[in-house]
Ligand binder design. Structure first.
Ligand code: AMP
Ligand code: ZN
Length: 330
């Protein structure tokens, strides 16, 4: 990466993000949030009809994440929630440092929670609990979560905590594959409307260890993952801002999701890295939203001053399978 490019993205990020004492963890400024808001509205406008909406907290069940296979594939990225347990006197001794042999951190023990690593993980067990089969036309979801990954290095676009929005499709192999393919193509058009230089390329996940290298190769060979790459730092090392993933029957088999015809459901997801997309827009078009190309401002629903004009009324739909009375259809 050239020093100049690094300095440029560094100085842009200095205006948009405020560092904290933890690497890869930033406070976002109002200017940055305006663009995240614009992107969120755009994603909502592009969403296919009948998608059921869920917004997840940044923590999820440890047992469910384990069962999903995340621990085997990505143990190096996982964050787990630990707390102080025990009697009041034990906890007090730890936090007040009365026992010189024991740092309070050593007194932490794991809870039943982990930090959500991707927005779609909590969805599969949730849908499985409904017990109903995936209908013939398939199921679509719109989910979002703050996500955590214990990355090895931290740059302004490689965060420990970041915002992910996803669309998920469940159905037959053809439906899941078709979903991955059509959004891979549509994302190309979307990046063009945002005037972002980009490519869509085959990709693999950062699986753990030596066995993980084989898994990554197999993922590439089977074209299970693609990414939208944008040169945020440099042309040579573009940043993955979106991904298009076909999981085959992995989540369907794990959670017992079946189609109407009695087959194991296949799944696919399209993930938007909101922080990376926002950074890519600033890196490409500069810090003054008023100077962004008209087409880009219009696509994001910004007025001339760069404020979001198209306010979305929250629209909750049940998709095709009503689940109790938790959702409202307008
Ligand atoms: P993945 O599940 O790895 O395909 O990630 C989905 C999207 O989340 C990526 O395309 C990125 O835009 C975003 N993302 C993943 N890891 C990070 C990170 N460490 N910091 C910021 N964004 C990330
Ligand atoms: Zn996903």
């Amino acid at each position: 990466m050239s020093r100049r490019a690094e300095d440029q993205i560094g100085s842009i990020a200095d205006t948009l993000l405020q560092p904290t004492s933890a690497a890869g963890v930033y406070a976002r400024t109002a200017l940055f949030e305006r663009v995240v808001e614009g992107l969120s509205g755009l994603i909502t406008r592009l969403r296919e009809p009948d998608a059921e909406i869920f917004r997840f907290p940044p923590v999820m069940s440890r047992q469910q994440l384990e069962r999903s296979g995340y621990l085997k594939s990505f143990p190096h990225l996982l964050g787990s929630v630990s707390c102080l347990h025990g009697e009041e006197s034990d906890i007090r001794a730890l936090v007040e440092g009365r026992d010189p042999d024991q740092d309070w951190v050593a007194g932490l023990s794991a809870t039943d929670l982990v930090l959500t690593p991707a927005a779609c993980y909590p969805l599969y067990p949730l849908v499985a609990t409904s017990g109903s089969a995936v209908p013939v036309k398939g199921l679509l979801f719109d989910v979002a979560s703050y996500c955590f990954r214990r990355e090895r290095s931290f740059e302004v676009d490689r965060l420990q905590a970041f915002q992910m929005r996803e669309w998920v499709c469940m159905g037959t192999p053809e439906q899941a594959l078709d979903f991955q393919t059509r959004w891979k193509f549509r994302a190309d058009g979307l990046a063009t409307k945002l005037a972002l230089p980009h490519t869509v390329a085959p990709a693999s996940d950062p699986f753990f260890g030596r066995a993980g290298k084989l898994m990554a190769m197999s993922q590439l060979q089977q074209s299970l993952k693609f990414e939208l790459l944008i040169p945020v730092h440099s042309e040579e090392l573009p940043t993955a801002c979106m991904s298009f993933n076909y999981h085959q029957d992995h989540f369907g088999a794990t959670w017992g999701l079946v189609t109407d015809a009695g087959a194991v459901a296949h799944t696919a997801c399209v993930a938007f890295g909101l922080d990376r997309l926002a950074l890519a827009l600033f890196a490409t078009h500069g810090l003054d939203l008023r100077n962004w190309p008209k087409m880009v401002r219009e696509t994001l629903g910004f007025d001339r001053e760069g404020y979001v004009t198209t306010s979305e009324r929250p629209r909750y739909t049940n998709g095709t399978t009503p689940r109790g009375n938790t959702a409202v259809t307008e």
